[in-house]
Design a protein around this ligand. Structure first.
Ligand SMILES: O=C(O)CCC(=O)C(=O)O
Ligand SMILES: [Fe+2]
Length: 354
């Protein structure tokens, strides 16, 4: 990536501010009471405390960080190191495993968010191989296709390290869904069946230094469409979250060996807006490259997403009409390739008007 092309310029309203606000940061939650180690005894009071903290964070912020999360530091360090090696490969090597409209997994360097180019390159891989997804967003089209991972021939360790890491971070994501269910007064396994044939994937993001960080973003403002995102970021920082109470963009200060967790659109709908999926974006800077790694926990493609019956009643009727996760997801993926003239699909398109 050399000179900054106009396609990367954000509209003036959406350009990053260079002064950083981190006065009231997102909550930091210690998961040690729920992560069992061979000698630990689970303490119901401590677990209740964690559930309460998670519920409050989901309600007030839609974002939180977790420490003592059970993912081994060794696996995290290994994947960070191999991600650096991968992005340092010559472009022609990376482009050999380029993703496209049909084979969506692999390398990509021209992603758009809300039709503006993001200053980044990425590598996507799925944790369930193959992953079944609808072939198109068209509701009449019943065809389902299979996604397979693509791995670079010159870096065989990438596959091993990514697969090992994926298994651990998936456990953390599912555990968090259990805690979120409890925080909503539901059984811990309330969401489990939605993820049997999950469409989750992991993304390795590389944000190279950018000569015009005041005009561009590494990822433009957006909400994550799935259930939950479990993000590892390096110590450079750049993630910003739109604070619910006043709409201010807040810098998420990197915490060593912590994950940043955010509620996705699906939880907003399932919870009938007890919890909200919140906008976020990633800034770039002119000096340092940055790496981040989100795990997007997504339901099976055939999941119909709608407010849970347990959380709705006559006084609090469902705020959303049911929609197919697979078709929503297929629509989102397509918009990464085609410059759309209309707004990308959003959950508010299914919102029942009040
Ligand atoms: O890199 C980051 O900090 C955020 C990435 C992100 O929000 C995304 O990929 O959805
Ligand atoms: Fe995101």
């Amino acid at each position: 990536m050399g000179e900054v092309d106009l396609a990367f310029f954000q509209d003036p309203d959406h350009r990053p501010k260079l002064s950083i606000t981190e006065a009231e940061g997102i909550p930091l939650i210690n998961l040690s009471p729920i992560i069992s180690t061979p000698n630990s005894i689970s303490d119901p009071i401590a677990i209740e405390g964690v559930v309460r903290e998670i519920g409050n964070a989901c309600r007030d912020w839609g974002f939180f960080q977790v420490i003592n999360h059970g993912v081994s530091l060794d696996k995290l360090l290994k994947i960070e190191a191999v991600a650096r090696k991968f992005f340092a490969l010559p472009l022609e090597e990376k482009r050999k495993i380029m993703r496209d409209e049909k084979n969506i997994l692999g390398y990509y360097d021209s992603e758009r968010t809300k039709n503006v180019r993001d200053w980044k390159e990425l590598f996507d891989f799925t944790v369930k191989e193959p992953t079944f997804v609808p072939s198109s967003p068209d509701p009449e089209d019943r065809e389902v296709i299979e996604w397979y991972n693509q791995w670079p021939a010159y870096l065989p360790e990438l596959r091993v390290v990514c697969e090992e890491y994926g298994r651990e971070v998936e456990q953390l994501a599912l555990k968090l869904m259990g805690l979120i269910a409890l925080s909503l007064g539901l059984p811990e396994d309330r969401f489990t069946s939605y993820f049997k044939e999950q469409t989750s994937f992991i993304r390795l993001n590389h944000y190279p230094p950018c000569p015009s960080p005041e005009l561009t973003l590494g990822v433009g403002r957006h909400k994550d469409g799935g259930a939950l995102t479990v993000l590892a970021q390096d110590d450079v920082g750049g993630l910003e979250v739109k604070r619910k109470k006043d709409g201010e963009w807040i810098w998420v200060k990197p915490t060593p060996n912590a994950y940043v967790i955010n509620v996705g659109d699906s939880i907003q709908v399932w919870s009938n807006e007890r919890y909200h999926s919140v906008e976020h974006r990633a800034m770039v800077n002119s000096e340092k490259e940055r790496f981040s790694m989100p795990f997007f926990l997504n339901p099976a493609h055939y999941t119909i997403i709608k407010p849970l019956e347990e959380l709705t009643n006559e006084e609090n009727p469902a705020k959303y009409k049911p929609y197919s996760w697979g078709k929503f997801f297929a629509h989102r993926q397509l918009s990464n390739y085609k410059k759309l003239n209309v707004e990308n699909i959003q959950i508010h398109h299914f919102r029942v008007s009040e």
